[in-house]
Design a protein around this ligand. Sequence first.
Ligand code: C2E
Ligand code: MG
Ligand code: MG
Ligand code: MG
Length: 285
Amino acid sequence: ESRMVHGSHIVLYDRPLADQRRRSRIIERDLWQALDRGEFHLRYQPKVNLANGSPTGAEALMRWHHPELGDVSPADFIAIAEANGSIETLGRWALETACREAATWPEPLGVSVNIAPQQFCSGNIASDVESALAASGLRPGRLTLELVESEMLESDATVLRRVESLKRLGVRLSLDDFGTGYSSVGYLSRLRFDEIKIDRQFTTNLGTDPGAQGIIRSVVVLAETFDMKIVSEGIETPEQALFLRLAGCQEGQGFLYSEPLTSAEFRARFAGTGDSGRPPSTARA
Ligand code: C2E
Ligand code: MG
Ligand code: MG
Ligand code: MG
């Protein structure tokens, strides 16, 4: 994708379709072996307390360095991994790796791991989580699972049972990208998540769309009703951070605070400094 600016408009020129198809074929062909070849690693994007800028933990984000294609974005390979079933293996690897790395961060910093709907619904997610916790020694309360809204998570008995067994393990549950997909208030009241992550588009549109402000205010009320924490994604400006904090969002994440970091970078920048330690970009903002 290349970006070109025409007057005030940014136009995205997509790769030619034939290129995209070739790329997708290579991604699909190589996904299965890529793990064994050590081509994946995780980056961690800090989450901060909006009131004082201090870190509360980080979200693990998968990265794939392909020998021929270069860096492949999760946006390009997660959907393919869901379609060909490799997401379960990949997801288990992410869970284990994130727990192992986060166990080297000081308490009470936590780690959030994205779980694809398919990974949640097939296999045995609770035993995967249990083994990842046991192998790493990470305290369960330091692990948050981020689930995206999906029809697969519509609350039938199986989904409820899985949610309950995860809660019994003591891990936290977060509803990711809230506002973008299937969502209903009934769903929230039945599944009882610990946290809602408001999708980046609402943060991005704050300055231009009065509707975005209204939606954020109503989600805050909803979260208070169900006693859930609110996290905002995609914070890039101090103005966005200020609005979100005053609206009642407790935590935030975005390039204003930090891009995704390696585990060692995260520990060095955010963990070694005690609680007064603010990330440098917050101090500037
Ligand atoms: P997500 O869970 O909503 O993750 C947030 C995405 O927004 C990340 O993109 C992050 O780098 C990006 N981001 C964070 N702050 C900002 C900001 O201030 N501005 C902008 N423009 N972007 C920001 P990334 O790493 O490309 O991941 C994309 C999506 O891929 C994730 O969305 C998540 O749904 C999925 N994903 C990533 N890692 C995993 C994984 O291990 N398992 C599963 N199932 N999905 C994953
Ligand atoms: Mg997420
Ligand atoms: Mg998200
Ligand atoms: Mg998002």
